[in-house]
Design a protein around this ligand. Sequence first.
Ligand code: HEC
Length: 223
Amino acid sequence: MATDPANPSDDEAPLSDRPYDGIEYLEHAPPSWWKGLFAATIVFSVLYLQFYHLGTPGRSAVERYDQALAENMRLQFAEIGELQPDEATLVRMMNDSRWVRVGESVYRTHCVSCHGIDGGGVVGPNLTDDHYKNTRTIGDILRVVQNGAAAGAMPPWRDKLHLNEQILVSSFVASLRGTTPTNPRGPEGNVIPPWPTEVPEPESAAAPQAESAPPAAPDQPAS
Ligand code: HEC
């Protein structure tokens, strides 16, 4: 077996004595750089596991992501401070496209599974039409979000979301009213009056622009 016609390179390596499916091959040891790399990956995996998963808590990718989210939220909310859970705030936020978008991201994370991406309803009711089951005023949205409804079929979010998130997601839900979802559920509950376009701020916390704006012209976000 010295000169193999299939091995014109004149390789000195011995022929393997374990042919597979009749195919014979030369018995080459893997190159040492390859073995070194292989060993290095094993060593690395042990160190990685030790550092990110078994060592100090807070180093894994998931935990870092959560920390980054929390930090991001602190930064965002540093700007608006602690929102008041009242109708004036809900209306003000509903008409502020920037903060409605923050509410939308909360909605996308927690509410889409039951209410649909565009609020058309899945397990939960359609949030875009004029019919509501548990809601008569815009403040009721926040109450339902906080306390849940139908014995937990609509879960309570009081302890799961930051108060600002509860308020902003409620404002976002209010802003869905009148939009056209692709696959809406039929109407449920009663027709309720339109949301107020403006609610006077409680005395001390008056928003600067709220006084001069005419009540008939809320600056609705275009989208
Ligand atoms: C597990 C499914 C589920 C999730 C998740 C869920 N909901 Fe609901 N939601 C429901 C159901 C079911 C109802 C209807 C309750 C009833 O029949 O009285 C409801 C009702 C509501 C209502 C009252 C609607 C009305 O007609 O009065 C609002 C507002 C609402 N949900 C907002 C939200 C928001 C905001 C979130 C995310 C933070 C959310 N829901 C997450 C299932 C859900």
